[in-house]
Design a protein around this ligand. Structure first.
Ligand code: AMP
Ligand code: MG
Length: 398
């Protein structure tokens, strides 16, 4: 049977996944969440005309003769009186502007002696005043729908006195690994065993991209154990199992899941690594069956699970950023599968990207995955690529 092309697989996944809906949260819990509305300001900022500098509030028409300082306006406490001709008010950065003044002269440009003030320099009427609403006005959109909130957005919303707002719900992702050979990190590793690295990988990936991971643990390669573990798949938005989807005698996960209600949409995609990936519907929950080799599982996450998570999260991007880079060496002709090669790119001082892919591409290797910063994409049946050719890359570190 012909393998399903990567793009067809992605379309099938995205057609079967919906936005999760919205919830109202407090600003202090909002880092990394995705705005589900245009969030508008409850305040005008600055709320009043304010001094931008430490100095003196004056009338510009008045400044050629000596002035008398009659009071003070400080941040948080304005000057209550009225300033007349020949008068000035001491003022500080952020303090409300004196209503009867039109200019602030910075303190470096005056000579003060007791109450007497001589203005030595002032370029223009209206200097050093921050106008009310100069930053934003009440009702203005501060953050657009589908923005991923970072520290700057949070500060802006706080300044607009927006304490609560709507964001998209986070996908809850159940993660199950399978394999008799696996022991958890930190255990004593006996003969024939390896450490489970895929669960930490997927817990971290799901968290990093805005989901909530739920670790179902590791099942032995027996129907009994897999069944016991999948009984725990409840109240989640996505289910991923890792390992056991290939064609070996112990690759039982697909059959056991089918008995428990899995409807397979596709199995095996024209990609390398990651070919044996399974996708389907497990009793209403989108299900990904990932191959066990860590780099294969990672590439499948990047291509398929991440776009599905982003769609659930209401994001307006489909996954990691793609770019183009100049090859630093020749690469042999591609195969009938898209090849995602671990690579390393850098930018020169003109911002031009260069990429090389001399790391081992064995899908069992993790060090070469951790050492790479991009995936170099070789299309199906790509001809030989030469040093200097432009090639597609996926930036796995922005
Ligand atoms: P499988 O897909 O179950 O045939 O596994 C393929 C390879 O990936 C085997 O060498 C497994 O030992 C390895 N593997 C499977 N699951 C994990 C895991 N959770 N952590 C690390 N390696 C794994
Ligand atoms: Mg296995």
């Amino acid at each position: 049977m012909a393998l399903l092309p990567v793009n067809d697989a992605l379309v099938r996944i995205l057609n079967s996944v919906d936005e999760l809906g919205i919830e109202t949260i407090n600003i202090h819990q909002s880092l990394g969440r995705i705005a589900a509305e245009n969030i508008t300001s409850n305040l005008t900022q600055p709320p009043f005309d304010a001094s931008a500098m430490d100095g003196y509030a004056v009338n510009y028409a008045d400044i050629s003769s000596p002035l008398t300082v009659i009071g003070e306006s400080q941040a948080g406490q304005s000057f209550e009186g009225t300033m007349k001709i020949g008068q000035a008010v001491r003022i500080f950065t952020g303090a409300p502007m004196v209503s009867s003044a039109d200019t602030v002269v910075i303190q470096e440009n005056v000579t003060r002696n007791g109450d007497q003030l001589i203005i030595n320099d002032c370029k223009a009427k209206g200097s050093n005043i921050r106008d009310a609403g100069g930053d934003f006005n009440i009702g203005d959109t501060l953050v657009e729908k589908r923005t991923k909130l970072d520290a700057r957005h949070i500060a802006l919303l706080a300044a607009g006195n927006v304490a609560e707002f709507n964001v998209y719900k986070q996908p809850k992702v159940a993660i199950l690994s399978t394999g008799d050979e696996l022991l958890e990190v930190g255990s004593e590793i006996g003969p024939d065993k390896i450490v489970n690295s895929n669960v930490p990988l997927f817990m971290a990936l799901v968290t990093e991209h805005g989901g909530i991971p739920i670790n179902l643990g590791t099942a032995k390669d027996t129907a009994l154990d897999v069944k016991a573990k999948i009984a725990l798949v409840k109240d989640v938005d996505m289910f991923v199992s890792i390992g056991g989807v290939s064609v070996g005698d112990y690759d039982i996960i697909q059959d056991v899941l089918k008995e428990a209600g899995l409807k397979v949409d596709f199995w095996k995609v024209a990609m390398q690594p990651g070919k044996p990936i399974v996708y389907g519907d497990f009793n209403g929950i989108p299900y990904f069956g990932m191959p066990g080799n860590p780099s294969s599982a990672y590439v499948c996450f990047t291509n398929f699970m991440l776009p599905a998570m982003y769609q659930m999260l209401g994001r307006n991007i489909q996954g990691l950023e793609q770019s183009f880079a100049i090859l630093e060496h020749d690469i042999k002709a591609g195969s009938a599968r898209i090849n995602y090669m671990r690579g390393h790119y850098y930018e020169d001082d003109k911002g031009q990207k260069f990429v090389s892919s001399t790391l081992s591409q064995s899908s069992s290797m993790l060090k070469t995955l951790a050492d790479s910063n991009c995936l170099l994409v070789r299309d199906m049946d790509a001809p030989t690529a030469n040093k200097g050719d432009l090639t597609k890359i996926i930036l796995i570190i922005p």
